[in-house]
Design a protein around this ligand. Sequence first.
Ligand code: HEC
Length: 466
Amino acid sequence: MNFLKRAWLWFDDRTGLSGAIGPIAKHAVPPNTATWFYVFGSATLFTFMLQVATGVTLAFIYVPSSGEAYQSLQYITTQTTFGRIVRGMHNWGASAMILLVGIHMIQVYLTAAYKFPREMNWISGVVLLALTVVMGFTGQVVRWDQTAVWSTIVAAEQAGRVPLVGGWLADFILGGDTVGGTTLSRMYAYHVFLIPALLFVFIGFHLYLVIKNGISEFPRAGDPVDPATYREKYEAMVKKKGIPFWPDAAWKDMVFGFIVICTILVIAIVIGPPELGPPPNPSDIHALPVPDWYFVFYFAFLALMPPEIETYLMVFGPLLVGLLLFCLPFISNRGERSPIRRPWAVAIVALTIATISGLWAIGITSPWSPNFDAKPLTAEIIGADSGPLWRGGMNFNDKGCLYCHTVSGHGGQRGPDLTYVGDRLNANELTWRIMNGGLNMPGFGGTLNNQELSDLVEFLSSRKKK
Ligand code: HEC
């Protein structure tokens, strides 16, 4: 016996590893699950492991401090040997993971694999979905460029408007009154400690359940789930016709997972990581805060809603969707599993995909981002062609107010319409607002001189219904 084999036998004798893992690897699965249709769950797991590996690598150099995060990422991207590729893989891996989670979920839903006895498989999956989305959001923030900071501001501003708990929610996101170092520390802790720890726990639980309850057989029309007899039938079928998971079924998982990782690697090399926008500077109005693609549809949805109900939707929308997903196996945990007999399930999936794609398309051009093509105010709108009023109107064009605010139909819609702002706010309030900004408006205290400020205030004060 050679040395390696003896070492392995010694190790196995002391740990009992092969006795513990062997039966799991070899456990029988239904023959019709060893198809390419069943590879998405394991592919999600592969991308998660890729995220852990690349994330830990980035953490060796990344500095989670508001002063240095941006520089450290730039350093990783341009100065280190494989930094650009690792960052690229981490970024595209996140996209892949979200995409695969979605496909995996659709596949499970269409084949009604969440029905008895796999209710807890589904519920732990819903938790994993939520954790994955939070990872996406916090990951975007720790990138700490202009877009990241603005997205956080948008999120916090929205959360802040929620009745009762708004202030608390905004504080929870920001870690203070404004975006700053504490926000980054907080997001970093979520992103690298808290959420990954929860992910590990729930992935473990999810996989345990997959083995405990067995992989669900591909549904056949006219073969409904009856909790009284299902387990017995399943076990008998697996005993008679089942094939070992390893290697008969697992090789497809391996091949597909390998293809996914290679695709991510190629994209990371060819396209690279997302370009770091300019460093965060909350008073730079040229920031165009576009969140990562998987959030765009949600922002678009909010932007399309009337402002009065937007805040409710922003918090209660996801809660409602989460609750619905959570309750799904309790609403129907028996009966037909085949999508042929569940036309509503197919319709819901089609409708969801269509809605998300539609919103996504709108989201790219929606008014929640500043409108840089806004037509400047004319002398006619300003109501003067010289003097302080005119200069104020011109400042409104030149200082970027126009990108976010509409006056008489000219401008963007990121902030409130200022056509009749003179009726709402007096000169003091206007000055205060312009100097300090708001949750979604940069403060201009540092960029305007006294003359410009007073001209602006004069101009805005003149905006009255008469
Ligand atoms: C990046 C977008 C953005 C830019 C640029 C911007 N604002 Fe705003 N502004 C907002 C938002 C959003 C609000 C609402 C703030 C809030 O709810 O806290 C706001 C609020 C205001 C208000 C209060 C309106 C009200 O009805 O209460 C005034 C006045 C104002 N802005 C003036 C200006 C002026 C003047 C400039 C240019 C110097 C400017 N804004 C630039 C987004 C912007």
